[in-house]
Design a protein around this ligand. Structure first.
Ligand SMILES: Nc1ccn([C@@H]2O[C@H](COP(=O)(O)OP(=O)(O)OP(=O)(O)O)[C@@H](O)[C@H]2O)c(=O)n1
Ligand SMILES: C[C@](O)(CO)[C@H](O)COP(=O)(O)O
Length: 225
């Protein structure tokens, strides 16, 4: 089964607060986006499309391997993935959508997602258990519910889909509706989403502390797995 990877890399990284778009911030001397692309290719994806900020296209091209396709991202993650999906070749049977912000995702996670798609799943996401007691709160911060954490999972990327399923789900999503991940887009279209094991090393770099932890991981101090 041929597979195309999409990397959402068009965010600005406000919460990280770096001097450049987050995907271009170096980790172990290599920009986050380059780690994310390499993980997809190492895990078995055939080609990659990256959504980048329009103003920084040249800077992204300079740090990515030849053959990686760049498209102009949008104002939100949903818009960026939508733009990249339009550039995915029709021959691709599967599409894996990944975040540049998850640079140290082991290729084995990519392989698990691909295996599930090959086994016939229309949509699959890597997940981790929730280890803290987790609550819902109202607007004032008062706890309103404490869902059974055994039923909860933390969702990572790359998220894998049959290309047709993902294209049809994005086509059905009204413009202006923003969802936090691609599994939510296909669920909105009524598609069941399966899960495979994620990995703590696939943590999202959101704030400076996350980048410091990722640097430790690269330096060889094992992350929690
Ligand atoms: N308009 C956007 C916004 C986000 N992303 C991508 O979606 C992934 C997850 O987003 P997040 O980590 O929240 O990144 P930012 O939106 O850049 O961060 P912030 O909210 O702190 O600005 C990132 O790889 C980011 O580049 C994107 O492609 N296009
Ligand atoms: C897609 C994602 O990484 C799944 O956990 C996450 O939802 C993206 O985070 P964001 O902060 O909502 O962009």
């Amino acid at each position: 089964m041929s597979a195309v990877g999409i990397v959402a890399a068009a965010g600005s990284g406000l919460r990280l607060g770096a001097d450049r778009p987050k995907a271009l911030v170096p980790l172990g001397g290599r920009p986050l986006v380059a780690w994310a692309v390499a993980t997809l290719l190492d895990g078995g994806v055939d080609e990659v499309v990256v959504a980048v900020p329009a103003a920084d296209r040249d800077a992204f091209a300079a740090v990515l391997p030849d053959g990686v396709r760049l498209v102009e991202g949008g104002a939100t993650r949903t818009a960026s993935v939508r733009a990249a999906l339009a550039a995915v070749p029709r021959e691709g049977a599967a599409v894996l959508v990944h975040d540049a912000a998850r640079p140290l995702t082991p290729p084995a996670v990519v392989a698990r997602v691909l295996d599930a798609l090959r086994a016939g799943a229309p949509a699959v996401v890597p997940v981790l258990p929730v280890v803290d007691t987790t609550v819902a709160v109202d607007a004032g911060g008062t706890v309103t519910a404490a869902p059974d954490r055994a039923t909860l999972r933390r969702v990572q990327t790359p998220q894998g889909f049959s290309r047709r399923v993902l294209v049809e789900a994005y086509d059905a999503l009204p413009d202006g509706v923003e969802l936090t991940d691609d599994a939510a887009v296909v669920r909105a279209a009524g598609v069941p989403v399966g899960t495979v094991a994620g990995d703590e090393r696939a943590a999202k770099v959101t704030v400076a502390h996350d980048l410091a932890l990722a640097e430790l991981q690269v330096a060889g101090i094992p992350g929690p797995s």
